[in-house]
Design a protein around this ligand. Sequence first.
Ligand code: ZN
Ligand code: ZN
Length: 348
Amino acid sequence: MSTTVSAYAAPTPKAPLEPTTITRRTVGEHDVLIEIKYAGICHSDIHQAREEWGDGIFPMVPGHEIAGVVTETGPGVTRHAVGDRVGVGCFVDSCRSCAHCKGGREQYCTQGVGTYNAVGRDGEPTYGGYSTHVVVDENYVLRIPDALPLDVAAPLLCAGITLYSPLRRWNAGPGTQVAIVGMGGLGHMGVKIAHAMGAEVTVLSHSLRKRDDGLRFGADHFRATGDPATFTELAGSFDLIVNTVSANLELNAYLGLLTAEGTLVNVGAPENPVPVAMFSLIQGGKSLAGSMIGGIAETQEMLDFCAAHGIGAEIETIPVDRINEAYKRVVDSDVRYRFVIDTSTFAR
Ligand SMILES: [Zn+2]
Ligand SMILES: [Zn+2]
């Protein structure tokens, strides 16, 4: 039987979020019902609720950093059991047969189904984590290890994997020089994970305002990009730069910080095209790349890695009725470093 549950939704584009109820589908053969405990607020929730990335489906219940506990399983479920601590990230289904799905890169499946602002295979819109419960196919549900508290684990499902995947793919580790550009919700996870992987980590932030935090998270160096000397002194220094900033940066200057054959990976998405001088790439044989979240198996690997290294997000927990205030503060970059909604504050 489908169930009616509490949620917070944007009724129309750009409108403040407000309390509502939504219907969750009947728990199917391979579904699990999850009682959501915490839901992170990702900047992309705001972009989508405000239709800054194109048309959305309204009412919209955002939230793709979900941590909770399984309370019911379908008869065919083998991967999870009632009582298990679990998480759900940015997608809840994919075609399962294309090369990307078969290769563990489900995030690049062209038939993927987003956790919200998407239409599921049943033809119904998907609703995200700003809610008390969600029903998800077991194959798109992650195990959260006991060592990770659920509140600090929630943001790992988007911010954590968004940084873990490129750091692994481009071999961050002992002997490598890694720079993380921007130290917000994404960047602070990059600092912690790259440090745990054994890399020498430099934060490139606009100012030195967050320096103490950066060093506490494991950065070896913290440099201000507002100071032109940073770009001359660090020229040719890095094997890998991960850019988390969604504002337009002077990419040619950052490419100049790479050593020969180094890679600049972008995980932030500026609204407008960014000019690149081809000589910035040709001289030194450098690569300019992008990366988007990670696959299911890799997300599990990330959660296990974070548990083993005691890594969680730095969070500010809020009751659900402060979502709109939190949105404003995210847009103003006034959060250290991720808001997490405590879903026990929903009306039941
Ligand atoms: Zn996200
Ligand atoms: Zn696929």
